[in-house]
Design a protein around this ligand. Structure first.
Ligand code: NAI
Length: 304
């Protein structure tokens, strides 16, 4: 086939790969000859409990395909867990090429009922978990001059969703994490991208009707993940929505700036109020590669 992607012998770490999306990614990488660390703590949807069964059963499925995989049961939410996940890859397969930060839990509550333990638990798994695993992985990728890292955000983080202040914060935090890591990875051929999947799993099974869930197979997300993980992937610092065979890119877009206030003096609050339509106008908005480009644009308004 034209432009076939080569993932043969790539060493892939997938967190939370014992079920849902991570399991499908693991199987698809395996079918292309990659070697996989199947990390999964095996807890419940809210993060409580643990079990070796999810990871072990996915490893058995991969071995049945004739591919190589190893189980890891560490908790991404701890520093030691993150280090041990990457150590498992290095000890078993000698390196790490690809990291998919996928492990996740939910603890939905409307904000006044959002107690600290539910806030912390979700931040710990999604955002701190991605830090804990990515830190040791990135060090090795730098040495190898190659790496592909994929963060998993959510429409809840990008756009908001009732009852998910904890989850939205963690998920959009991952976009901020990517925005800077993409810069630090540039000269080492380490690309960092983010996906926002929509798929049937235990995280969505009671939120959506069955006929919709039937169409939301995680198999529609895996091809995008495989591409972003490949050497063919030239994109870095991008966010992609995916679900049911539909794909698009999301971005932070900044509108043109206007200067308000005379002779370098601050404007009054009334002047701000009077200009809110112009300040809010996103027409002709742009994306910026980094903070410097954005600040330069803010301070150089177009005058017509
Ligand atoms: P899932 O619940 O089927 O899979 C998540 C896996 O992560 C589970 O097997 C779980 O045991 C594991 N896990 C949880 N905490 C862990 C920890 N501390 N350490 C290691 N493993 C841990 O859910 P799904 O849907 O496959 O979710 C995968 C990712 O996709 C999550 O990050 C989720 O937030 C994200 N996502 C999913 C969406 C969907 O529509 N299914 C929508 C948006 C984002």
């Amino acid at each position: 086939m034209k432009d076939k992607m080569n993932l043969e012998n790539k060493v892939v770490v997938i967190t939370g790969a014992g079920a849902g999306l991570g399991r499908i990614y693991a199987l698809e990488f395996a079918k292309r000859g990659a070697k996989i660390v199947v990390n999964d703590l095996g807890g419940q949807r809210d993060g409580l409990g643990e079990s070796k069964t999810p990871s072990e059963s996915v490893v058995a499925e991969i071995k049945a395909l004739g591919a190589e995989a190893i189980s890891n049961y560490d908790n991404v939410a701890t520093k030691e867990g993150g280090e041990n996940i990457i150590k498992t890859a290095v000890d078993t397969f000698g390196r790490i090429d690809i990291l998919i930060n996928n492990a996740g839990i939910l603890r939905d509550k409307s904000f006044t009922k959002m107690e600290k333990d539910n806030w912390d638990a979700v931040l710990d798994v999604h955002l701190n978990g991605a830090y804990n695993v990515t830190k040791p992985a990135f060090e090795i990728m730098k040495e190898n001059d190659f790496g592909r890292i994929i963060m998993t955000t959510s429409a809840a983080g990008l756009y908001g969703n009732f009852g998910q202040t904890n989850y939205s914060s963690a998920k959009l935090g991952l976009v901020g994490f990517m925005n800077t890591l993409k810069i630090e990875g540039l000269k080492y051929n380490i690309n960092v991208n983010t996906i926002a999947p929509i798929a049937a799993s235990r995280l969505t099974e009671d939120i959506l009707p069955q006929e919709m869930l039937d169409k939301m197979k995680p198999d529609f997300i895996a091809p995008l993940v495989l591409y972003l993980a490949s050497e063919n992937c030239k994109e870095t610092g991008q966010i992609f929505n995916a679900g049911m065979g539909f794909y698009n890119r999301a971005a932070v877009v900044t509108g043109p700036s206007i200067q308000i206030g005379e002779d370098g003096n601050p404007p009054s609050a009334e002047e701000i109020m009077g200009n809110m339509d112009k300040i809010s106008d996103i027409e002709g908005g742009k994306e910026f590669i980094d903070l410097n480009a954005a600040i330069f644009d803010l301070l150089s308004p177009k005058t017509d």
